[in-house]
Write a protein that binds this ligand. Structure first.
Ligand SMILES: *[C@@H]1O[C@H](CO)[C@@H](O)[C@H](O)[C@H]1NC(C)=O
Ligand SMILES: *[C@@H]1O[C@H](CO)[C@@H](O)[C@H](O)[C@H]1NC(C)=O
Ligand SMILES: *[C@@H]1O[C@H](CO)[C@@H](O)[C@H](O)[C@H]1NC(C)=O
Ligand SMILES: *[C@@H]1O[C@H](CO)[C@@H](O)[C@H](O)[C@H]1NC(C)=O
Ligand SMILES: *[C@@H]1O[C@H](CO)[C@@H](O)[C@H](O)[C@H]1NC(C)=O
Length: 953
């Protein structure tokens, strides 16, 4: 009998793990020795068997230590050479232990399996040992915010797998090391896989070696700000076309390469506070630039260069003290996305004319200390105009005067006050947003880039807090909420925010949670959401609350284990009794099954592990009511013909989306059940997962995982605030196609989606596609005939004409709809817009003898963003085959996947980029007017439930 053997295995496991778990003797000796050097080790560090005794922060595999994660433990002491003993160690994280001091021992070089080394925010001193160069598996090095001195070791150049290098905020000096080309010396130029060079805020000096950059590199961030670098930036920088953020500000640089404008993907360029002289560089063609800062250099006196007003995506222009003269150009203000223009301390004269402003985004024009004598038109809207120190201020009219006395808008932001009744907490406690006295995890978030940072914008903070919250939740941490406040700009030009993370359900975090909060947030900074740009965390030491909490839970664990071992015979009897009772209960329940199709589904199935459920969990109406604040309007995130969609939060903190059918779109109980059984078997990374359902009190609800970045339609239209570039669009197409292949070829029975549309393709936090709303209400599928006959359902514009005519639904009907989505992706048009059908419009416009098939007029202007559209013609060919009139002529989804993969190879995209954390392919859309986050476009779980009849779009 199955339960019997399970019970025995369980028993054997308990006995084994208590009696026989032991740590490799070298590893345990080394850990005991490290412990002897440290104060404040976690309270669970007792005994001599770290793996068996489950020491907090120690992770083992087959008795070997594979991870040491002790972030923010207030560890005090030094790291001894014993660290070299852990030959299987993969992750070492001692971040935010400010009292960890002394040198980083050279034995670190023996950790041959180390992949991540995270020592940020500690007190390490001395040079970085050159043995670090023998860690061939290293993917990321975070040594930022320590007191390392000396030169950057050449040997770092040997780390051929390195993705992330962060040495920011130390006291490193000397030149940036490069190889000598004949194999005797290595250097950073050899790091071809590395995406991040974060070397800012050190004492690096000398000229930047031309050898440092070459076209085979894949860098996206070069951050060399706040050092002592001099000479010219080498022209080899212009060969690294992958670059997105380039900071050389706050050095002593005197020259720029003439090919700087070859860097067409750069979003943020900061060259301020250097000794740049001569004419300002010509940046024509840097069409991705959002943020440009050239302030405080000694350029030759000149007019505003004409290329500035033709940077299409410019949001922030900082040109303070750059010797500019003449009239402020009128066309500058016609840039559509411009938010902030700082031109103070220059020689501008004549009349200021900003009547050309077609942007309601423009917030600040700072022209203080120039010689402007006239203002042509007073701007409307919310623009802050600063004119103090200009001739125009000698005039007496009141309106002008007000611009002469105005000061910089002050950009403080505090989260809305909580409405807690007066509750008295201890002085070191903080009232959480839900009115509990807690000890939050506190720190500062420091942004390295400024391009996307919107100081005055409260929705921005809310979005960021939400994103941090989601990161912590996806690491299964007991977090109640995240709060951000109090933005400030530090002396290096970085923006800082105060962070508080509140514990869920308890006064404070236990020690495991503490180590993991730091680890999770560090991983996020390693691969930040693009719209927030790169940042890092500086955590404050977490108080003693954690230690106290851990001690008490430890004792009770000990007792339970003791009882279990002592009474294993007793336990066996208990298990048997439970099995018997369960059996009896089942017999009783079978009778009621006829009435309630869910009767035999265990009510508590999967309780406590909601996120990883294989089968769907059954939720009670009361539970869902609680998770959605009584289905409040504030939780409603979309609606459609079927009813409404609500956002909810499980007690674990996981976000969910709940589809609640309205009465006229409900199915029969049996039909509903069949559907859930089907859906809960479907698991694929490109499909939205069903977590559970509710079938009681006359309700039918489906509970899905929550997908944060809205629908593809929201992105294509620019409404969700996120736009994908060509590569991003290819990736989404590929993801969605793979999801469909799974439904068509690998689900059992196969599933025809029937309602593929851009509103049913959602984007997760990494902008991977997830197909939603599949399989609803149609599961019977005749494998023999490969088709089913049904009443026609779907959405106008995406509907396969053959299916419409014959009522024979086949997989090729999904292929047709998919082809329409592909056309939507490149044109950003709705399938039917102003009476015109996208398929026909594209078909008419195609001229294969011309460049890009002559589609320039019809393409989404945002698709290329300055880059060439390699593979676009093949993509159009494929889409047109998908929308062939006859199903026979359309490819299968399998073939579609293969062709898209080919197109991506053709356009030079690394297919494994799928797993690599790439942030290159999307950016904050410029045109989004402040969009309410609960609108359907952003979190739109729209679509049909079930897809009942043809919906208008
Ligand atoms: C390698 O090249 C450097 C100059 O690039 C030179 O100084 C050095 O002597 C060379 N070493 C060998 C072993 O050839
Ligand atoms: C621009 O970058 C590409 C790619 O690295 C390179 O082939 C080309 O020579 C560069 N052009 C200039 C003018 O540097
Ligand atoms: C800047 O460069 C572009 C092309 O690279 C050229 O057309 C333009 O004339 C240049 N402008 C100036 C002011 O040199
Ligand atoms: C350790 O750091 C804390 C701050 O987190 C400080 O208050 C304390 O004095 C330090 N202790 C030692 C022994 O350095
Ligand atoms: C950190 O540890 C030191 C002793 O090493 C102690 O004096 C200090 O109070 C601790 N800090 C916190 C915040 O617990």
């Amino acid at each position: 009998m199955g339960q019997w053997s399970q019970a025995l295995v369980l028993l054997a496991f308990i006995q084994f793990s208590v009696v026989a778990a032991f740590t490799d003797v070298l590893d345990s000796t080394a850990l005991l020795s490290l412990k002897a050097n440290w104060m404040n080790v976690p309270s669970s560090w007792v005994g001599s068997d770290p793996c068996g005794d489950l020491w907090v922060g120690i992770e083992c595999n087959n008795s070997r230590v594979i991870a040491i994660i002790l972030s923010n433990m207030n560890l005090t002491g030094q790291l001894s050479g014993d660290i070299g003993a852990f030959s299987e160690l993969q992750n070492l994280d001692l971040s935010f232990n400010t009292n960890m001091t002394g040198i980083l021992p050279q034995e670190i070089g023996s950790l041959k399996n180390l992949q991540t080394l995270s020592l940020m925010g500690c007190g390490f001193t001395g040079p970085i040992p050159s043995t670090i160069g023998s860690l061939q598996q290293l993917i990321s090095i975070s040594l930022n915010s320590n007191k390392f001195i000396g030169q950057i070791p050449n040997s770092i150049g040997n780390l051929s797998n390195l993705y992330y290098l962060d040495l920011t905020d130390n006291q490193l000096e000397g030149p940036i090391p490069v190889s000598d080309g004949n194999g005797t010396k290595s250097g950073l130029d050899m790091l071809l896989k590395t995406r991040h060079f974060h070397l800012g805020n050190n004492k690096l000096s000398g000229t930047i070696p031309p050898k440092l950059f070459n076209p085979n590199m894949n860098l996206i961030h070069v951050l060399f700000d706040s050092n002592n670098l001099d000479g010219s930036i080498p022209s080899t920088l212009g060969l690294v076309q992958t670059l997105q953020m380039v900071r050389f500000d706050r050095n002593s640089l005197s020259g720029l390469p003439s090919n700087l404008n070859n860097l067409t993907n750069v979003i943020e360029l900061s060259l301020s506070n250097n000794n740049l002289s001569g004419l300002m560089a010509n940046l024509t063609g840097m069409n991705s630039l959002n943020y440009l800062d050239m302030s405080n250099n000694s350029f030759t006196v000149s007019d505003v260069p004409p290329w500035i007003a033709s940077l299409p995506l410019l949001t922030t222009l900082m040109m303070e003290n750059t010797q500019l003269q003449g009239q402020v150009p009128v066309d500058l203000f016609s840039l559509p996305d411009l938010k902030k223009v700082v031109l103070r301390n220059n020689h501008f004269n004549g009349t200021l004319d900003i009547s050309n402003t077609n942007s309601n985004r423009l917030q600040l024009i700072d022209l203080r200390n120039n010689s402007i004598s006239n203002v042509a038109q007073i701007p409307g809207g919310n623009i802050t105009l600063l004119l103090e120190g200009n001739m125009v201020c000698d005039k007496t009219d009141q309106v002008t005067k007000s611009y002469c006395t105005a000061s910089s808008p002050n950009s403080s932001y505090f989260p809305p006050p909580n409405n807690c009744m007066q509750i008295s907490c201890n002085s070191d406690q903080v009232t959480s947003p839900n009115c509990k006295c807690t000890y939050p995890y506190k720190g500062i978030i420091v942004f390295r880039g400024l391009a996307s940072f919107d100081l005055g914008n409260t929705t921005y903070y809310a979005k960021l807090a939400k994103s941090l919250m989601e990161t912590l939740q996806s690491s299964a941490l007991p977090v109640d909420s995240v709060s951000l406040s109090n933005p400030t700009v530090d002396s290096f030009g970085n923006i800082e925010l105060s962070l508080e993370v509140f514990p869920f359900g308890q006064e404070c975090f236990n020690q495991t949670a503490i180590t993991m909060v730091g680890f999770a947030l560090n991983n996020l900074s390693f691969d930040p959401p693009r719209s927030f740009g790169p940042f890092y965390l500086i955590a404050y030491t977490y108080g003693n609350c954690a230690a106290a909490l851990n001690k008490s839970s430890r004792t009770s664990n000990g007792i339970i284990i003791g009882v279990a071992v002592g009474g294993s015979v007793l336990l066996l009897l208990v298990v048997l009794a439970v099995v018997y009772a369960f059996h009896q209960k089942k017999i009783a329940e079978r009778a009621s099954e006829q009435n309630n199709p869910f009767a035999h589904w265990d009510q508590n199935m999967g309780n406590g592990s909601a996120p990883q459920l294989q089968a769907a969990k059954r939720f009670s109406f009361e539970e869902l009511k609680k998770y959605t604040n009584n289905f409040s309007e504030a939780n409603s995130i979309g609606s459609g013909g079927y009813g409404k969609v609500y956002q909810g939060t499980l007690p674990t903190g996981q976000l969910i989306a709940i589809k609640r059918a309205q009465s006229d779109s409900m199915q029969g109980g049996l039909e509903f059940k069949t559907e859930i059984e089907l859906l809960s078997r479907v698991h694929h990374k490109n499909l939205v997962s069903l977590l559970g359902f509710c079938f009681e009190q006359g309700e039918q609800m489906l509970v899905y995982e929550y997908i944060p970045n809205g629908t593809l339609m929201g992105s294509v239209s620019g409404k969700s605030g996120i736009r994908l570039d060509w590569m991003g669009r290819l990736k989404v197409t590929l993801g969605a196609a793979r999801g469909l292949v799974y439904l068509h070829e690998h689900a059992n029975p196969p599933i025809i989606h029937r309602d593929i549309k851009s509103n049913n393709i959602l984007l997760d936090e990494s902008f991977n596609a997830k197909v939603a709303d599949f399989g609803l209400s149609k599961s019977e599928f005749d494998g023999e005939r490969n088709s089913i006959t049904t009443q026609v359902k779907g959405t106008l514009g995406y509907l396969d004409p053959e299916y419409y005519m014959t009522q024979q639904l086949t997989k090729k009907s999904d292929v047709y709809s998919f082809g329409v989505v592909m056309l939507e992706l490149i044109t950003a048009r709705k399938p039917i817009q102003q009476g015109k059908y996208i398929v026909i419009e594209v078909r008419k416009a195609i001229n294969k003898s011309k460049d890009l098939y002559n589609l320039h007029e019809i393409l989404d202007p945002f698709i290329g963003m300055g880059k060439n559209l390699e593979g676009l013609e093949e993509f159009v060919d494929l889409a047109m085959r998908c929308v062939a009139d006859s199903g026979d002529k359309r490819p299968t989804m399998d073939e579609v996947v293969k062709e898209i993969e080919n197109i991506m190879k053709l356009s030079g995209m690394n297919l494994s980029a799928d797993s690599e954390p790439t942030t290159a392919n999307y950016y904050e859309a410029s045109k989004s007017n402040s969009h309410h986050p609960s609108s359907n476009d952003v979190f739109g779980y729209s679509g049909s439930f079930p897809p009942s009849s043809i919906e208008p779009m």
